[in-house]
Write a protein that binds this ligand. Structure first.
Ligand code: DLL
Length: 434
């Protein structure tokens, strides 16, 4: 069995990594400065020139980049290459209406596939494996990211995509899937479905899984492992940086190795922006150092985690980040889909039926996330005709589905019943235990 996908780099001495990162960082800064107006302006304002950035130690002199920048420059304003060099576009939720669009050159896709291949090999996959990809295919990076990674390391891909659990179960058995890639909550949902269908572990062939796209706990890991009879590995990523495979865990399952030859990680205090020492939680910030199309520099992810430089028993020298345990903004991840309360608010207000008072209640029922949105009907629409309510709910539900990409139950409540807050309005109750 293969232990590493790129042994030389995955186990490189730290000083060698530092030199490689420094060289690539300097090149990226020139590339961004010369080709992206936003970077040129920000760096000029901060009084930093590309030639000032010689090593990783100079990184802190550079300004941060935010999701809002991608939104302000929607869709392609942050791209550093002309359209002719682009190979693919992906997108994820923005804070309101518009999506965050990301782009890749052929080289970027190859780097991303390499990162995902490293994750698969670290989870024990090799060319004999059947990799069952139940992440969504499409603008979401999960499906195609693991797909390309599996192809890159020579395994056979089963591009199952999401949904139709009965069909997934049939495929798992008949196609003899050995590696499962999906969200951790869907893995548990599949385990339930297998049980309900009376299918024992002797009928499936899975040995490992790569789970991510949403936060999950060590307790969920144990449950997935025992109920599916597999080793459950963590895989982390975000579309802006490249997709699944920015970091991955190895056979030690003790933190996620960051693919540091492509991404520099920093952990900062989200308020003071000062660097946090190893082992202390802070906001994760990434700098892409090989990206051609979208070379994000010091990108504020809003994910909360810590890092450690301690040696890992697997032999990899890449730093490890802890399981992301929360966010420094209000983004929710529901069924693997990123949802901002502000998106929900704008759909509600656009409907014209309701007051800007609402409460989002997120729960997990039978291992599937549920979302209920309680809304106050505006006085002018307050009527005791149930049919009127049903019609309004159906219309709002349809708009939610099209904007968020997931279903929400709409419940109307009478005017003035949702608790008002004197300070920051509390719009979300998350009952999931994570
Ligand atoms: O979720 C990419 C991905 C796909 C990762 C499949 C892993 C597997 P986005 O839709 O842009 O990309 O969402 C990124 O999801 O900032 C985290 O908040 C969260 N996230 C991703 N992986 C993990 C994980 C994909 N392993 C956002 N643990 C990130 C906790 C995760 N949170």
């Amino acid at each position: 069995m293969r232990k590493y996908f790129n042994e030389d780099i995955e186990t490189a001495p730290r000083n060698q990594l530092f030199s490689l990162q420094s060289y690539r960082l300097s090149k990226t800064v020139y590339h961004a400065y010369n080709n992206v107006e936003v970077y040129r302006r920000r760096m000029d304002e901060a009084g930093v020139k590309p030639e000032d950035i010689k090593t990783v130690n100079d990184l802190r002199r550079l300004p941060f980049t935010y999701k809002q920048d991608l939104r302000d420059n929607y869709p392609y304003g942050m791209f550093a290459v002309p359209p002719s060099q682009l190979t693919r576009i992906h997108a994820s939720s923005g804070t309101t209406g518009k999506q965050t669009v990301v782009g890749y050159t052929a080289h970027d896709i190859d780097v991303w596939a390499t990162c995902a291949a490293r994750a698969l090999v670290a989870a024990g996959a090799d060319e004999n494996d059947f990799v069952h990809v139940s992440y969504g295919y499409g603008l979401f990076t999960g499906g195609l990211g693991l797909h390309d990674g599996a192809a890159k390391m020579g395994a056979t891909v089963i591009p199952a995509s999401t949904g139709n659990t009965q069909r997934q179960i049939t495929m798992l058995q008949d196609f003899k899937s050995t590696i499962l890639c999906c969200t951790p909550s869907y893995a548990l949902y599949l385990a339930d479905a297998l049980k309900q269908n009376g299918i024992g572990l002797d009928k499936i062939h899975l040995k490992a899984g790569l789970f991510g796209a949403e936060p999950w706990t060590p307790a969920m890991r144990s449950e997935i492992e025992s109920r599916l009879g597999i080793k459950a590995h963590d895989i982390y990523g975000l579309s802006e940086i490249s997709g699944p495979g920015v970091a991955f865990d190895c056979e030690c399952q003790n933190g996620l190795h960051v693919n540091e030859d492509h991404f520099i990680i920093e952990i900062i205090d989200p308020i003071t922006c000062e660097p946090m020492p190893d082992g202390v939680d802070g906001e994760v910030v990434f700098t892409c150092i090989t990206k051609e199309a979208l070379p994000l520099i010091r990108y504020r992810t809003h994910d909360i985690a810590s890092i450690t430089h301690e040696k890992c028993a697997c032999g990899r020298t890449f730093v490890r980040m802890s399981k992301p345990c929360g966010r420094s903004d209000d983004m929710l991840i529901i069924r693997g889909v990123n949802v901002f309360p502000s998106q929900i608010e704008s759909v509600l207000l656009q409907s014209g039926y309701v007051e800007p008072q609402y409460l989002i209640i997120v729960d997990r029922v039978n291992n599937l996330d549920t979302m209920e949105i309680q809304v106050e009907v505006s006085d002018k629409n307050f009527t005791d005709q149930v049919r009127g309510f049903e019609e309004m709910a159906a219309k709002i539900q349809a708009s939610m589905q099209s904007v968020l990409g997931i279903a929400a139950k709409i419940t109307f409540v009478e005017p003035n019943t949702i608790a008002r807050s004197e300070g920051k309005a509390k719009h979300v109750i998350d009952k999931r235990k994570m």
